[in-house]
Design a protein around this ligand. Structure first.
Ligand code: S3P
Length: 414
């Protein structure tokens, strides 16, 4: 069995959320092409619609107009989406709209203190369920802050940048390592006064931004499942078009290249500050790898895939400094180690990562997804490479980011 072909994937999830939220923030009508069709992005759409943002979903594009943005008459349901909850909190503070944010069972267990603390310092009044959802936001005046974050999180950073646009003084935000920088690139392309130096951003207040058009580049995190498949199955080769090639998202691709993968990319154009181009991958043998904390933010969503590849590499692979994985849609360190152990891999779970010794003679097993889309897709790829089938306790969770994943995978596998 091998994976072979050419594919253009749906729009990047992170940029889709931002396109909708920035569309709601600017004045006039924005036009979005190639929006992600995942449930998470639908959660952002429905929350914005509940705030009277006019969103029209046409066949090939979606329009957003936030001119009527106003107080919702019910709680905003963010579904499974951390990006929706955290960015929306920043947007509500920006617009001085009082609202309550709620989420599903998984999102209700994810930490919100990270946004509550800085938003409160800026002047919002936030009631929460002990720093978890539901949170109730009330904002009058916002003040600029100089915030040193203890964690590298793009959701947190974006929340603060969005709020800071209507603060009465400058805001600065510093994070330990640079997390994905879509918000700062996008806002800058819309004319916001943002200055970045390494991991520090300064953003000026009182800014009015204009509507935009965007063709959203394809999701590099979705592509990573198929990149992994190509590295598991000899003779595979894949070609991705219109791919997001932002450096802060390429940690997975870079580490694979460093340890032996035959991957090449060509940048074509720049879209709202984002590099976009084509990517080619050929089957190759990967050496064991070691990954430290500073690299984690650039590959945060791809770590389950690295774990899978580590079971094939000859020797010991180590991932450390990845404690943030415990606060994702599920505890991903636990989910990775649990499933790999059931398949007979040699895995040691660490508080902030794992150690895997390969190669192992893995046996396909029913996958426990923990209702997490990335765990479901990563292990589907692994099972498929082992015996040509897949077996999950829940396929429904895949819809969160990539509803057509199984269909696309089957069309590329030979
Ligand atoms: C995202 C940021 C990341 C990532 C998530 C999407 C975003 O989380 O895991 O899937 O769109 O900002 P962090 O907040 O940990 O950076």
């Amino acid at each position: 069995m091998k994976i072979d072909g050419e594919i253009t994937l749906p729009g990047d999830k992170s940029i889709s959320h931002r396109s909708l939220i920035f569309g709601a923030l600017t004045s006039g009508t924005s036009k979005l092409f190639n929006l992600s069709d995942g449930e998470d992005v639908k959660s952002t759409i429905s929350c914005l619609k509940d705030c009277n943002v006019k969103i029209v979903e046409n066949r090939n594009y979606t329009t957003v107009n936030g001119d009527e943005f106003s107080k919702p008459n019910k709680a905003l349901h963010c579904g499974n989406s951390g990006t929706t909850a955290r960015l929306l909190a920043g947007l509500l503070a920006n617009k001085k709209i009082n609202a309550t944010l709620i989420g599903d069972k998984s999102l209700s267990k994810r930490p919100m203190h990270r946004i509550i603390k800085p938003l409160t310092e800026m002047g919002s009044i936030i009631d929460s369920n002990d720093n978890f959802l539901p949170i109730k936001i009330k904002t009058n005046t916002l003040h600029g802050i100089d915030y040193q974050s203890q964690i590298s999180s793009a959701q947190l950073k974006s929340c603060i940048l969005i709020a800071a646009l209507t603060a009465n003084t400058k805001t600065a935000f510093t994070e330990p390592y640079l997390s994905r920088n879509h918000s700062e690139l996008f806002l800058k392309s819309l004319g916001a006064k943002i200055y970045t130096k390494k991991n520090r951003i300064e953003i000026m207040p009182f800014q009015k931004l204009n509507a935009f058009n965007i063709k959203i580049p394809s999701d590099i995190s979705s592509a990573s499942f198929f990149i992994t498949a190509a590295l598991l199955m000899p003779n595979s080769k894949l070609y991705f078009k219109n791919m997001l090639l932002n450096e802060t998202r390429l940690g997975f691709v870079k580490i694979l290249k460093k340890y032996g993968a035959d991957i090449s990319s060509i940048t074509g154009n720049i879209i709202h500050g984002e590099k976009v181009g084509n990517l080619t991958i050929n089957y190759s043998i990967i050496k064991p790898f070691k990954i430290d904390e500073e690299k984690i933010p650039s590959m945060i969503d791809e770590i389950p895939l690295l774990a899978i590849l580590a079971t094939k590499a000859k020797g010991i692979s180590i991932v450390r400094g990845a404690k943030e994985l415990r606060y994702k849609e599920c505890d991903r360190i636990k989910a990775i180690c649990h499933n790999l152990k059931r398949m007979n891999a040699k895995v040691e779970e660490l508080e902030d990562g794992f150690i895997i010794e390969g190669p192992s003679n893995l046996e396909p097993r029913k996958i426990h997804t923990f209702n997490d889309h990335r765990i479901a897709m990563a292990f589907t790829i692994l099972n498929k490479s082992l015996n040509g089938t897949y077996n999950l306790d829940n396929t429904n969770c895949i819809k969160v980011s990539y509803p057509n994943f199984i269909k696309d995978m089957n069309s590329l596998m030979q």
